[in-house]
Design a protein around this ligand. Structure first.
Ligand code: NAD
Length: 250
């Protein structure tokens, strides 16, 4: 029987002020989780938490900069009972590799890779100490499995997240903690819809076998599979939701 009931579970979503992160928080709340929305500025998630409560869910906001160990520790002190973590915070700063700025490269790796480790580690220590296990879902990307132009730093960080996911899964299985990576393809959000309306954007969509962008709600099933007991025998996996983009014809 498939079980995606998250009633009573505390779930932390990083980078939850908009885009995928906000959607993930709403989906987890609908399944009964007590959701914590993390963002660098707490006022960026206060309203979203309020909206989830108004819709009958349970949600709280927390200030959380994933690149800062002290900030991560403070957030986890407030919510020590977290048993589901969605490592969603991420940045992409497109640039030709030949011109890639050292500081920008550091910023991408700090956020997308070190941030995942810091949040996973702080959460896993508490899960281990409570002895109840948990599930960590790291949001990677299809660019962690195949490259795209102008995205050297981003693609490298996401490939590393996939490998980090496997390493953590191996070491933490003994604590009942599952760690998996979710690799979305191109999902339409308010931030990228302008690009996909341009000629290069439309050309990109034509290369996706399903000939369209993904919708946010098409990540709900994969997210809930990994976050809930429906995926209880899955750890160290990489789950792709991309309309077939990774199998596009060479
Ligand atoms: P987005 O820019 O809307 O969301 C990223 C969030 O991370 C933002 O809310 C941002 O404020 C937050 N963030 C950045 N740095 C942070 C930090 N140091 N601490 C805490 N929060 C921080 O982008 P999105 O499209 O919603 O992407 C969400 C995740 O999904 C990212 O990891 C991204 O790489 C991944 N992803 C997105 C797509 C897509 O098509 N949209 C595809 C594959 C993967």
């Amino acid at each position: 029987m498939i079980v995606a009931d998250l009633a009573g579970k505390r779930a932390l979503v990083t980078g939850a002020s908009g885009g995928l992160g906000l959607h993930f928080a709403q989906v987890l709340a609908k399944q009964g989780a007590h959701v914590v929305l993390g963002a660098r500025r707490i006022d960026a998630v206060n309203d979203a938490a309020e909206a989830i409560r108004a819709a009958g869910g349970d949600a709280k906001a927390v200030a959380l900069d994933v690149t800062d160990g002290a900030s991560v520790a403070r957030a986890l002190e407030k919510f020590p009972d977290v048993s589901i973590v969605v490592n969603n915070a991420g940045i992409a700063t497109p640039a030709a590799a030949i011109d890639l700025d050292e500081a920008e490269f550091d910023r991408v790796i700090d956020t997308n890779l070190k941030g995942v480790l810091l949040v996973a580690q702080a959460s896993a220590r508490r899960m281990r100490d409570r002895g109840e296990g948990g599930s960590i879902v790291n949001i990677a990307s299809i660019t962690g499995l195949r490259v795209a132009g102008q995205l050297a730093a981003y693609a490298t960080s996401k490939a590393a997240v996939i490998q980090l996911t496997k390493a953590l899964a191996l070491e933490w299985a003994r604590y009942g903690i599952r760690v998996n990576a979710l690799c979305p393809g191109y999902i339409e959000t308010p931030l990228n819809s302008e690009f996909f309306a341009t000629e290069p954007g439309r050309a990109l969509v034509k290369r996706i076998p399903q000939r369209r962008l993904g919708r946010l709600e098409e990540l709900d099933g994969p997210l809930l599979l990994l976050a809930s007991d429906a995926g209880s025998y899955m750890t160290g996996t990489t789950l792709v939701a991309d309309g077939g983009h990774l199998v596009s014809s060479l």
